[in-house]
Design a protein around this ligand. Structure first.
Ligand code: ZN
Length: 778
């Protein structure tokens, strides 16, 4: 095995032996399994005076496979040499094999840089059995995720999907969405989306009413149509609870498997080291190519704050100024009811013995400090200005005596600031509590009545996990009522848009759902196969995270099928996940969510961390928020995750509680850059990730990242818009291909061999679990 640097298509002098292309029998220690007598088999043969630990036929079989792998490696080497006229190491071998033919490909010039490649026939660093076993687990996990994403119309990394599909011969070949804009037209494709001045922002398609009956079946809403007096279910598929629990158990066993843990840990360490070498060798080139781009720099590339709550999206100074301004100009406006009698804003402040002059940021006391560390309860109380829930109700709620007039005003001020900055965008979370079925109508009325929208803002709906509070306050009897309050109005409005045009219009600006609350609350993280269905869940106890997320996912799946059929926008699941609490939450996120917020606990679970990497799941991290609540800044795993190639974005979470300046997102980037010494290339990569992760429309992303942004590798990058050097994109792409190749190659070999060696003895290489790739049966 050797590490080599490849430069400009020729071998550089630092290259050591290149046993990648040799057969067995070279001088490298791991390739000692030549055709003749094996000289050394670590972990397999003990000292010469002892008998072999393994039966002789197993050793024979292993040698057979090792030889086959060598042949394969040599073949791949050939194909790499011919690829694009240059030799760029093992990374692109699979690209050459699985690539979908594309006319534009001649346009793509692979960047020249120092590539770090590991050669040799066994580059995984673990014994063959372990690699075999690890690979079969990982492939299985990736298949599970692919199935869940496809069924719910959420997106899935196309590169990984291609590898998974290749394992399954019956799968349709061309699933990758293709966007083809010829190279010659890219320059004409302007960077700023052409917004029409007088266009109604709430304009949307208006499909006819479907007239279906909507009924919940064991917690999941289904649609039924009447045909000749017979009621039949509209066959929208979704994953059943039983299937989900089974998959979840499989995944949980997987993350606890010792050899798999070691394998993933090794791969992750390797990825870190590889990135370090890459930076060492290419930092100057990356910087030079950024400098060569006219006009574009970190300040004028698009960034999206992918995790931010609407109720805390302004900073404390902004809120203070807003309160003072409102108190000055609208003192006599009735803002709330006190024991049934109307109360003006002035009266509210008088009742607290306060005047505008007294108000300061210190008095507002909304900022998180050292007292909120590991105290989520104290943190939640910070949402109340001056500790008064009444002020929160007046200023920071959509549903109050004035239908959220002030809240709409301050959100519009924040949106105006974003528009001013031009390149910053945000995905604000608005709450739906599931307390009453009228919440959606009120929220939509709020948005339409006050015309709260911006080209720089998209909405996510956050659903706090508060069933237990409602239950103990006797607002509801069982969990089904909670689900009905959230999902029934959405099905009804999709079934007949005219039943609530406000909601219908508002939903076109909503990109997905978020699940929020303190994850560290005690719970049983694993679901029992005989867990109660929502209608029977009448305990005082809150259902676990996995249960909440499943029902959000399943209902969203059916809703997405229904909406897609009507030509309407669909939703994605983007929960808070892995901020604290049990690591099993991250298993739920892996299976159900398109992307997640936080993901801090991935640092403790190498298997999941590696899977999040392979599946390229986006993670919105907020190190400043973590610093106040759960994890000190210097211990935050963000730089490590980023180095390894996980898809990380930087987000603010709650500027009201954590930030000081008018541009909280820039503050977040700035601190990260200072503390972790991020390069300009790293920062631009984070920004590009944030656009990719966001729910902004495809056309908008084409303007921001380049018309071909969905293509893999360098072909999808336009440095004149993203300011990310092709070198970095190429490095990430080739590294990911390398990892996937490692894992899938051994799987394919195993499939070939398990048929060939069966005549000798029972196959040792088989799937650890019976794979159930069939869709959920209803
Ligand atoms: Zn949050």
């Amino acid at each position: 095995m050797s590490i080599r640097g490849v430069q400009d298509g020729s071998r550089s002098p630092m290259m050591i032996t290149d046993s990648f292309f040799d057969d067995g029998g070279s001088e490298s220690p791991t390739s000692a399994v030549g055709a003749e007598a094996p000289r050394e088999l670590p972990n397999e043969l003990s000292a010469p005076y002892e008998v072999p630990q393994f039966p002789i036929e197993q050793i024979e079989k292993k040698l057979l496979i090792q030889r086959q792998l060598n042949v394969k490696a040599a073949e791949c080497g050939q194909s790499v040499r011919s690829f694009a006229g240059s030799e760029v190491g093992g990374a692109l071998e699979e690209a050459a094999r699985f690539r979908i033919p594309d006319d534009d490909e001649v346009d793509v010039v692979l960047p020249h840089f120092q590539r770090v490649a590991i050669s040799g026939e066994d580059t995984s660093g673990v014994p063959l059995e372990d690699l075999q076993q690890a690979s079969s687990y990982l492939v299985q996990a990736l298949e599970i995720r692919k199935r869940y994403m496809e069924m719910s119309q959420q997106s899935y990394a196309t590169i990984t999907a291609r590898f998974v599909r290749n394992m399954d011969a019956d799968a349709p070949q061309n699933h990758t969405p293709t966007v083809k804009v010829p190279k010659s037209h890219i320059a004409d494709h302007i960077v700023h989306p052409p917004f029409k001045e007088n266009k109604d922002p709430w304009e949307c398609p208006n499909p006819d009413a479907k007239g279906y009956t909507i009924k919940s079946d064991r917690g999941v809403f289904n649609l039924y149509r009447q045909e000749g007096g017979v009621e039949s279910r509209v066959p929208y598929e979704y994953i059943t609870l039983t299937q989900y629990i089974q998959d979840m158990n499989t995944m949980c066993n997987m993350i606890a498997d010792g050899p798999l843990k070691s394998f993933c840990y090794r791969r992750l360490s390797y990825l870190s080291s590889k990135f370090q070498l890459h930076v060492l060798l290419n930092e100057l080139r990356e910087l030079a190519s950024q400098k060569a781009v006219p006009h574009r720099d970190f300040y004028n590339i698009r960034k999206v704050d992918t995790h931010i709550h609407a109720a805390s999206c302004m900073n404390q100074k902004h809120l203070l100024r807003f309160i003072k301004k409102t108190l000055k100009n609208h003192a006599d406006e009735v803002v709330t009811l006190h024991k049934g009698t109307p109360m003006t804003l002035k009266a509210v402040f008088q009742s607290m013995n306060l005047s505008t002059y007294d108000l300061t940021v210190d008095m507002l006391d909304v900022h998180a400090d050292r007292n909120t560390f590991h105290r989520f309860d104290k943190f939640n109380a910070k949402y109340n200005p001056i500790g008064e829930s009444r002020l929160r109700e007046v200023f920071l709620k959509t549903d109050n005596y004035m239908n959220g007039k002030y809240f709409a005003r301050i959100i519009k001020e924040v949106a105006f600031d974003l528009e001013e900055s031009k390149y910053q965008n945000a995905e604000l979370r608005l709450s739906i509590y599931g307390k009453s079925p009228t919440e959606w109508a009120k929220l939509a009325r709020w948005a339409i009545q006050y015309d709260v929208h911006s080209n720089n803002v998209r909405w996510l709906i956050q659903i706090p996990r508060l069933y237990d509070i409602f239950k103990s306050n006797k607002i509801m009897n069982n969990f089904q009522e909670f689900l009905s309050n959230i999902f029934q109005p959405l099905f009804e409005v999709t079934n007949d848009p005219n039943s609530n045009t406000d909601l219908h219009k508002f939903l076109t600006h909503v990109v997905g759902f978020d699940s929020v609350d303190d994850e560290s609350k005690p719970e049983n993280p694993i679901l029992d196969p005989d867990v109660k269905i929502p209608e029977e869940w009448d305990d005082e106890e809150n259902p676990p995270y996995a249960y909440y997320l499943y029902y959000m996912y399943a209902n969203m799946t059916v809703l997405n099928h229904f909406r897609k059929e009507q030509g309407l926008n669909t939703f994605v699941l983007r929960p808070h996940c892995g901020e604290a609490g049990p690591v099993q939450h991250l298993v739920c996120g892996f299976m159900l969510a398109e992307n997640i917020s936080h993901g801090l606990l991935l640092r403790k679970v190498p298997v999941l961390q590696y899977l999040y990497y392979l599946a390229q799941i986006y993670i919105a991290m907020s190190p400043l928020s973590n610093n106040s609540l759960f994890l000190n800044y210097h211990r935050n795993p963000l730089p490590e995750f980023l180095a390894r190639g996980l898809c990380i974005t930087l987000s603010t979470d709650d500027p009201l509680q954590f930030h000081f300046t008018k541009e909280p997102l820039m503050e977040e980037y700035s601190i990260a850059a200072q503390v972790w010494k991020l390069s300009s290339c790293d920062m631009c990569e984070l920004a590009r990730n944030s656009v990719l992760m966001s729910g902004f429309p495809h056309e908008m992303k084409q303007y921001w990242l380049g018309p071909n942004y969905m293509k893999e590798g360098v072909a999808g990058n336009d440095i004149t818009r993203t300011n990310v050097p092709d070198i970095r994109i190429s490095f990430r792409y080739e590294t990911l291909l390398d990892e996937l190749t490692n894992i899938f190659k051994i799987q394919q070999c195993a499939t070939i061999f398990s048929t060939e060696v069966t005549s000798l003895s029972p196959p040792i290489f088989k799937w650890p679990f019976a794979l159930d790739v069939a869709a959920a049966q209803h």
